[in-house]
Design a protein around this ligand. Structure first.
Ligand code: SAM
Length: 211
């Protein structure tokens, strides 16, 4: 990462209030095992957005071992209660998440699904206040119509990795993952039913508001 970006990232992270020990341990695990969690600054931002739209029904696509889920669960709790769907296709990560989120005291708020996330969203009844998208990047374009349909007017979609490690700026990079992020960016930015912008926290979070 470029020096000034690293400096900015460290500055934003230092502004995030102290987290519970369990969350700090999840952060340490990600660092040690190079597992791509959203991290504290993006977590704080997700909490803020979820609180601002009063989210009580949240669907996560690509939840890992529950780090991002913990931030959304906190928002839902502070919004008066509700449900966060933790969805990942790895059974072991789902089990790990159950452990962490139980310790954090969010067990009663979480619905677990071990499944392909877009299919799980398609099959889940009802609409959502907020959808968080963090699946494999080649799957981003096909996820959009399903997500767009499931979010209520006035609801929000947050999508991670919109810079994809800076590869989206490299015109020579034609990898399926990078192209997936580019195509998703074009689709969402050009959708007249949504107001969207990429916020340059960590790897780029796109925030999309449904008119
Ligand atoms: C980037 S990690 C999730 C990190 C998590 N959002 C966090 O910040 O704590 C993405 C996870 O979702 C899984 N995944 C990727 N694409 C998926 C899909 N289409 N359906 C279900 N799980 C998926 C990956 O195997 C991985 O475990």
């Amino acid at each position: 990462m470029h020096d000034s970006i690293q400096q900015l990232s460290a500055y934003l992270t230092a502004l995030v209030p102290e987290r519970p020990l369990e969350l700090q341990e999840m952060e340490a695990y990600a660092k040690e095992h190079r597992f791509p969690i959203i991290g504290p600054a993006a977590g704080q931002f997700c909490l803020q957005i979820a609180r601002m739209v009063g989210a009580q029904r949240i669907f996560e696509l690509g939840s890992g071992y529950g780090y991002s889920t913990a931030w959304f669960a906190r928002a839902v709790r502070e919004n008066g209660g509700g449900t966060v769907f933790h969805v990942v296709w790895d059974e072991d990560l789902s089990q790990k998440a159950r452990g962490h989120l139980r310790v954090l005291g969010y067990d009663d708020l979480i619905e677990y699904r071990v499944a392909e996330a877009v299919e799980a969203l398609r099959e889940t009844e009802g609409s959502f206040d907020l959808v968080f998208n963090d699946i494999d990047k080649e799957g981003y374009p096909d996820s959009w119509p399903v997500i767009a349909e499931k979010v209520r007017p006035g609801g929000v979609v947050i999508t991670d990795n919109m810079f994809f490690g800076g590869t989206v700026f490299d015109r020579g990079n034609r990898e399926e993952t990078t192209e997936g992020v580019r195509e998703f960016t074009r689709l969402v930015s050009g959708d007249p039913d949504w107001i969207s912008l990429i916020v340059p926290i960590r790897d780029g979070l796109m925030v999309s508001f449904k008119r």
